[in-house]
Ligand binder design. Structure first.
Ligand code: MN
Length: 203
């Protein structure tokens, strides 16, 4: 069974002006689709053909960098689309109290995400995750992912690759981070926290 390009969970204009429909048409319709297509082509007919995307990622890590990059990018983008919302969302009481303890407030957390995202060198991802039972901001480089990491539950992610923001914000990554931090889906983060296990790519 082949992996599919999941639909965006909102209209393509829903995140404007933070992320435009034009950006989504390329980012979702071209970049994410290419990662899915390449993952499917690499696993077709082999031992991993019937595995979940998370299993493919774990199997390819450290042994097949090309497949790992495409599978992890397929997962990361699915998680990223769900990390943003068209409407204002709110954190559960459980998440809110963990945020207050770790960062003082949601605004304090947003400031840290913006700071770490702006400071991340070159392409990658900045995450809010639960690590060893505590909230933590994590960074992964290039196509790397938290999807298969033991003891880590990702709650939200922001794409730091230039293709995520160049059409809308040009080289100003801090402007993108400022805009996108107001679109984060705190309901999705709360669901991930409550479940306590890592989100699964639909399929
Ligand atoms: Mn991307």
């Amino acid at each position: 069974m082949a992996f599919e390009l999941i639909d965006l969970p909102y209209e393509d204009t829903a995140l404007e002006p933070a992320v435009s429909a034009k950006t989504l048409s390329y980012h979702h319709g071209k970049h994410h689709k290419a990662y899915i297509d390449k993952t499917n082509a690499a696993v077709e007919g082999g031992d991993l053909a019937d595995k979940s995307l998370e299993e493919v990622i774990a199997a390819a890590r450290g042994s097949d960098q090309g497949l790992f990059n495409n599978a992890a990018q397929s997962w990361n983008h699915g998680f990223y689309w769900h990390s943003m919302a068209a409407k204002e969302t709110s954190a559960s009481d459980e998440l809110k109290s963990m945020i207050d303890e770790a960062f003082g407030s949601i605004d304090g957390l947003k400031d840290k995400l913006k700071e770490r995202g702006a400071g991340h060198f070159a392409s990658g991802w900045v995450w809010l995750a639960v690590k060893d039972g505590k909230l933590s901001i994590e960074e992964t480089h290039d196509g790397d992912t938290l999807a298969d990491q033991d003891g880590v539950t990702p709650l939200l992610v922001i794409d730091l690759w230039e293709h995520a923001y160049y059409l809308d914000h040009q080289n100003a990554r801090p402007s993108y981070l400022e805009a996108v931090s107001s679109k984060l889906d705190w309901s999705f983060a709360s669901e991930n926290l409550a479940r306590g296990t890592t989100w699964q790519y639909p399929g």
